[in-house]
Design a protein around this ligand. Structure first.
Ligand SMILES: [Fe+2]
Ligand SMILES: [Fe+2]
Length: 184
């Protein structure tokens, strides 16, 4: 499995959670009251996974493949800018959630708007990488490149952290599914 395969696997996992959040947004808009704590946990998980693990890893891998192909360079520049923007969206959304958890009065519309922006941008960013970045990296990469990239950006530094993330993910995913079904 190459580093790009691993990034793509992250996309599949994050995509599943984002898809459920999309279904939540539809329910929220129709006036349904969510299990807010559960939703906050999921958003926190996605934002932290993306910001602390996935994007920093991509940044290192992308840096290795700069200067090989003009079209790829262009896409990588765009990715870097999007990572900065996504971090801003995530921080904003997490701070709105914090406010709500601390009993501040935040209009539901405002929360939904932040959530929708977060979900939409994360999804379109992943699509962009899958269409415009991953295939071009696969085209230019040689075996030594793959070795170098995986040494530069190991999947998980700490095996315990990796296992904890995987457990947390499975747990959250199941809880979310149960919650959606119960409130269907
Ligand atoms: Fe990315
Ligand atoms: Fe990504």
């Amino acid at each position: 499995m190459t580093v790009i395969d691993e990034l793509q696997r992250d996309h599949v996992n994050l995509g599943r959670l984002l898809e459920i959040l999309d279904r939540k947004i539809i329910k929220l808009k129709s006036g349904h009251h969510p299990n807010f704590n559960l939703m906050a946990d999921v958003i926190d998980y996605i934002a932290n996974y993306a910001e602390e693990h996935h994007h920093p890893r991509e940044d290192k891998i992308y840096a290795h493949f700069k200067g090989r192909d003009e079209q790829l360079d262009q896409a990588l520049l765009e990715c870097e800018a999007q990572h900065v923007e996504l971090r801003g969206n995530a921080e904003k959304l997490l701070s709105v959630i914090d406010d709500i958890l601390n009993d501040a009065v935040i209009p539901m519309d405002e929360f939904i708007a932040h959530l929708e922006l977060f979900v939409e941008n994360e999804k379109s960013h992943m699509r962009m990488e899958e269409i415009a970045v991953f295939p071009l990296i696969r085209d230019v990469a040689t075996d030594p490149d793959w070795e170098h990239a995986s040494a530069l950006a190991p999947a998980v530094n700490d095996p315990l952290f990796g296992a904890r993330l995987a457990d947390e993910y499975r747990d959250l995913y199941q809880q979310l599914l149960d919650d959606i079904e119960q409130s269907a």
